[in-house]
Design a protein around this ligand. Sequence first.
Ligand code: PXP
Length: 250
Amino acid sequence: MIALGVNIDHVATIRQARKTFEPDPVWAAAAAQMGGADGITVHLREDRRHIQDRDLEVLRQTVTVKLNLECACCDEMLEIACRTKPEQVCLVPEHREEVTTEGGLDVRAYRDVVVDAIARLHDNDIAVSLFVDPDPAQIELSAELNADRVEIHTGMYAEASGENRKQQFARLQAAAKQVAETPMEFDAGHGLTYHNVVPVSQLFELKELNIGHSIVSRSIMVGMEKAVREMKKLVNDYSLDRNNAAQLPV
Ligand code: PXP
């Protein structure tokens, strides 16, 4: 079964639009778990545009599935992570002006910073995932640096159409095969929706998907519990076929 991590950042985005107390991402996390979420993911950004420090603290006390903290590879965030102790930290690049995470972490360029971060998190018994592009060099180096998992960036696939979409999907397939030859677990996420997730759920050895915006969007219409249940069903109904010859159309 593929695990579904539900990213609840955008519940906090709505709250921060008025800087009030509602909707509370802590409630959203509880509802997501009722719908079958296997993990709750939050991105504590340096500018605190959505998730706040208080959210992370209360989530740590209340979430009963895996808590996955996405954060930049900086001292402040690593200190918060080591104090809060989520089960997992996913290291992502972060730029202040971006609307959302725009690309994978450049493990090669930030090698020394990443090495230190992984060691620090491992010392605190926190599993480390690196959010990287489907790029062979980045995947190879992630394994070399002892990451526990990689989350492969699906954004380029999600945004592509026509022939480019097929090419972007082929990159994800190659990444999946490459990760399977390392000790790392293979996860994927970013830009995935109810419309484009099925081919991704068929990728070889996929362990976990992290999905946020699309689930939160649907939850406004149908409620969080139902939105999560529908995504889990979609992902896992088709994933049963992933080792069969027939790959559903991309
Ligand atoms: N995975 C990572 C590493 C991310 O940074 C994000 C966005 O915060 C997601 C998954 C979820 O992306 P989306 O909101 O597009 O589903």
